[in-house]
Design a protein around this ligand. Structure first.
Ligand SMILES: [Zn+2]
Length: 353
């Protein structure tokens, strides 16, 4: 893995040197190149940083740094890593985190990490000294992917970040999540890039309660969640459809334990697609959890890696039909290392097609 990262770093440095300062601000994203000819080969971006490994959760915790190591190792072994674009610059994330989380909460996260507190809000969300930095950089990484997709440096991107985000709420950590990466990215798309309508597709096996809550009365963000139900965190019933002006802009497809590729695919085809085409998003974000995989130790579903490829095709198709393919996918759950690597590989291959 280190060899691959070194190689990626080398590609980035080489390209930054080639581009020079006159290319200016537009070059927040950097395209990996095919060494010999300098031909551009990457259309899909990839966000990863070793700081994400420094969010330590303890030896027995399923949401471990090993997850990202398994992903990067797999992408390297299959020759995919070198074909993905890295991003040299990341926007400062702090101000954007405050579009979703309270100032008090952000300060509490930072202080708790510095003081060596064992966990945030509940024992399932352990923290370590560097968890705050990892969480801030996870957000920054996702925002850099948004920038690169909007400016056309890449067509789409996958962000291998941790901690995950979709359970995190305005003033509360929850379910391994500290800052809600995808919710913050949605606000960034709207406020930084003036793209008013954002679709969030969340196929993590757990309902994305934090994301749903952030946009529950907001008609500018369509939140779609397909998940095991009843299950953690308890929300995500079909009757949860948004409130006030946001009524109808939250769509939940709760599925019983044991559901697999057919049920998940049908949910996207029959429930998400018509709503998304009517909504006409300017940008698509995926909360890409892979814990609905049949081998996952936390989830009780039977989705396969090929199933995740099919879900990716559906979401990508919506982005192509509505918003020139603008799509950023962000890792959420997925706790069997082999199944996670398989699923991410399948997901990334479809993004690269
Ligand atoms: Zn999950």
């Amino acid at each position: 893995m280190r060899r691959a990262l070194n190689r990626l770093a080398f590609l980035l440095l080489a390209l930054v040197a080639t581009l020079g300062p006159e290319r200016g601000k537009a070059d927040t994203g950097v395209v990996a190149q095919d060494g010999a000819e300098g031909r551009q080969v990457a259309t899909t971006g990839f966000v990863y940083d070793e700081v994400f490994l420094q969010h330590e959760t303890g030896p027995a915790h399923p949401e471990s740094p090993r997850r990202l190591e398994a992903i990067v190792k797999r992408l390297e072994e299959k020759g995919l890593l070198a074909r993905l674009a890295g991003f040299a610059q990341r926007p400062a994330a702090q101000e954007w985190i405050l579009t979703v989380h309270s100032k008090q909460y952000v300060a509490r996260v930072e202080k708790s990490c510095r003081q060596g507190t064992a966990y945030l809000d509940s024992p399932d969300t352990p923290i370590s000294a560097r968890s705050y930095e990892a969480a801030v950089e996870a957000v920054a990484g996702v925002l850099s992917a948004v920038d690169a997709v909007v400016d056309g440096t890449v067509e789409n991107a996958f962000c291998a970040v941790r901690p995950p985000g979709h359970h995190a709420q305005e003033d509360r950590a929850m379910g391994f999540c500290i800052f809600n990466n995808v919710a913050i990215a949605a606000r960034y798309v709207q406020k930084k890039h003036n793209l008013p309508r954002v679709l969030i597709v969340d196929w993590d096996v757990h309902h994305g309660n934090g994301t749903q809550r952030a946009f529950y009365d907001d008609p500018t963000v369509l939140y779609f969640g397909v998940h095991q139900y009843p299950f953690y965190p308890g929300t995500g019933a079909e009757s949860e459809q948004g409130a006030a002006e946001g009524k109808g802009y939250t769509i939940n497809v709760p599925l019983p334990a044991g559901s697999g590729d057919a049920e998940f695919t049908r949910a996207l085809q029959e429930k998400l697609k018509p709503a998304a085409l009517a909504f006409k998003p300017d940008f698509v974000l995926i909360s890409a959890g892979f814990d609905a995989h049949e081998a996952d130790p936390l989830g009780g579903m039977r989705v396969t890696s090929e199933g995740f490829a099919e879900l990716t095709r559906s979401a990508k198709g919506i982005a192509e039909e509505c918003c020139q393919g603008r799509l950023v996918s962000v890792l959420e759950g997925g706790y069997d290392l082999e199944a996670l690597a398989d699923s991410v590989e399948a997901h990334v291959r479809v993004l690269m097609e």
